[in-house]
Design a protein around this ligand. Structure first.
Ligand code: CAA
Length: 287
């Protein structure tokens, strides 16, 4: 399939990443089926898109008409069959658990048209292993956006062992059509490139505070004002979601070893459902 044959995209999962990806795709002119397992989840994702488009219009980055047109292109859905049966590309952004994603791909395979390309927004999991759940592993690759998708420029396009060059080329072209800069990741290793570097950095920051070597404010000040990151490492953890960071780290710990051991500080926050911005509380308070 060529880029100009792509008209409709399904985005599976309406959480932080899913609704952001759906917004980016709709802004690029694609019809988008945004799907989640519950009406309230999909509705919340839709409202987040509406909020974000409103912000972009308020700041004159897009016009009011462009915001309305983009929102009109998004169809919120709960029925998986309906969401994937008429689409050209499926971008999956469901929770970062291998078993959940595998179950979703089994259902998607049964309902998607033969020509459809599967692109997973996984942050760390094996593309090859996920692709093998389907009957079309050559039409499967990683398409990893960053949070918040509407603001972040990079997209990692990750080759699984079976991904064809045609699939990778199409997904790179699609990322460019969405105004993003794709980087091809040749090796399907845990965390790919960005998270392999970034998530251990966030974990190391947590260890420093846990072991009383620095405060959150001290770490975040150095991250912003000396290391030159756009946000402090704890601010970033709250932005990404502690649950998402933890899933990535646990997988890296399982596959790559002890150097990636998650810090108990994050564990405590997770047990209290302090997941970051999305729950109003993480390392900082947002209420
Ligand atoms: N849509 C529209 N507007 C948004 C928005 C969104 N999704 N998110 C934030 N904004 C708005 C805010 O409401 C705020 O508006 P007001 O000024 O009206 O209050 C405004 O944008 C803030 O924007 P600024 O440009 O002033 O802020 P900034 O210069 O700090 O940029 C940022 C914000 C782009 C998020 C920047 O801080 C940044 O780049 N942070 C790093 C993010 C990052 O590294 N993400 C990757 C995380 S790793 C990951 O995602 C991978 C994974 O798999 C875990």
């Amino acid at each position: 399939m060529e880029l100009d044959e792509v008209e409709t995209i399904a985005v599976l999962g309406a959480g932080n990443m899913g609704h952001g990806i759906a917004e980016v795709a709709a802004l690029a002119g694609y019809d988008v089926n945004l799907r989640d397992i519950k009406e309230e989840f999909v509705q919340n994702g839709y409202e987040q898109i509406e909020w974000s488009l409103g912000k972009l219009a308020e700041k004159e980055q897009i016009s009011e008409d462009e915001a309305d047109a983009a929102l009109d292109r998004v169809t919120p859905l709960v029925d998986l069959g309906e969401a994937v049966s008429n689409v050209d590309v499926i971008i999956e952004a469901v929770p970062e658990k291998m078993e959940i994603k595998k179950d979703v791909y089994a259902d998607v395979e049964a309902n998607a048209p033969d020509h459809a390309i599967f692109a997973t927004n996984t942050s760390s999991l094996s593309i090859t292993e996920l692709s093998e759940v389907t009957d079309r592993p050559e039409q499967f690759c990683g398409m990893h956006f960053f949070n918040p998708p509407v603001r972040m420029q990079l997209v990692e396009v990750i080759a699984g062992d079976h991904s064809s060059d045609e699939t990778l080329d199409l997904i790179e072209d699609l990322a460019e059509a969405m105004g993003k800069t794709p980087v091809r990741v040749r090796k399907d290793s845990p965390g790919f490139i960005v998270n392999r570097i970034l998530v251990p950095l966030m974990n190391e920051a947590a260890w420093m505070v846990y072991e009383d070597e620095a405060t959150i404010a001290e770490v975040d000040s150095t991250a912003k004002f000396d290391i030159g990151l756009p946000m402090g490492l704890f601010e970033l953890t709250d932005q990404v979601g502690l649950d998402v960071g933890q899933h990535v780290l646990e997988y890296m710990h399982d596959v790559l070893g002890e150097a990636y051991r998650p810090c108990p500080l994050s564990q405590e926050k997770l047990e209290n459902e302090h997941l970051g911005k999305k729950t109003g509380k993480g390392f900082y308070d947002y209420e």
